[in-house]
Design a protein around this ligand. Structure first.
Ligand SMILES: Cc1cc2nc3c(=O)[nH]c(=O)nc-3n(C[C@H](O)[C@H](O)[C@H](O)COP(=O)(O)O)c2cc1C
Length: 224
């Protein structure tokens, strides 16, 4: 099955905003439609526990980000920040922060993404949400800002996983790590905190567990 019935993801519609030529420029980026199926995104995609040696091209990381960035966030606040860990030195630094059960799978991944959240995301709102003075909604309201950063960076984490699958990569998301250690090792001197970590690459099927069940519609949903 394809997500839009004709085997391709269509780019978002080109919208020229006559009030702002910068916005028009942003929307005018060239985009190539990608063939993608619901099996690839959802029903056959698995959380990987090990990865093959097949490398990941840097261009794929750009492609991934250039898809995930279009997912919606409140007031377009876009709080997610990402470090793609690829070098042996950075990998060693990260491995020292992982829970024991996550070390081997992280070692095997050619790329590991640290998905962070910029707790001062609102500083960019004059650019990201020029329609209103959205920055003032958050300045001095730490609890509201923190909730907004966590909610929207988590959403962007979901978009990240689907975008990775779209560009042909497998994911292994993880929350088993020492947050304070990862923050100190990768986000020192910034307002960014780690949300979750995601191994990226090409999955080794021999490391998969059998698929766990999901809740049925009746168990998880209600129509009022
Ligand atoms: C936010 C998040 C955190 C997770 N943390 C871990 C983890 O620390 N270690 C691990 O082995 N798996 C972790 N998982 C993997 C889940 O157990 C897995 O995605 C789930 O069982 C579904 O597996 P499936 O996609 O193969 O059906 C995490 C998944 C998510 C989305």
């Amino acid at each position: 099955m394809s997500v839009n019935g004709d085997d391709e993801i269509r780019p978002p519609p080109y919208r020229r905003d006559p009030r702002d030529s910068r916005i028009a420029t942003l929307h005018a980026q060239p985009r190539n439609p990608m063939n993608v199926t619901t099996e690839q995104l959802f029903t056959e995609a698995r959380t990987q526990n090990g990865f093959t040696d097949q490398p990941v091209a840097e261009a794929q990381l750009h492609q991934l980000y250039d898809l995930m960035k279009w997912g919606p966030t409140s007031a377009n606040c876009s709080p997610a920040r990402i470090v793609f860990v690829t070098s042996p030195a950075a990998k060693d630094k990260l491995l020292a922060c992982m829970s024991p059960g996550n070390v081997d799978k992280t070692k095997s991944a050619p790329v590991v993404a640290i998905i962070g959240m910029d707790m001062a995301f609102y500083d960019k709102l004059p650019y990201l949400f020029p329609h209103a003075d959205a920055k003032s909604w958050f300045v001095g309201k730490k609890e509201f800002a923190d909730t907004t950063a966590f909610r929207n960076s988590s959403l962007q984490g979901g978009y990240f996983i689907l975008a990775a699958r779209t560009v042909g990569l497998d994911c292994g998301p993880m929350s088993g790590f020492d947050n304070a250690k990862v923050d100190a090792a990768f986000w020192a001197g910034t307002e960014v905190k780690t949300n979750f970590i995601c191994n990226l690459g090409h999955g080794d099927p021999s490391k998969l567990f059998s698929r766990s069940p999901r809740l049925t519609f009746e168990e998880a949903c209600r129509i009022d």
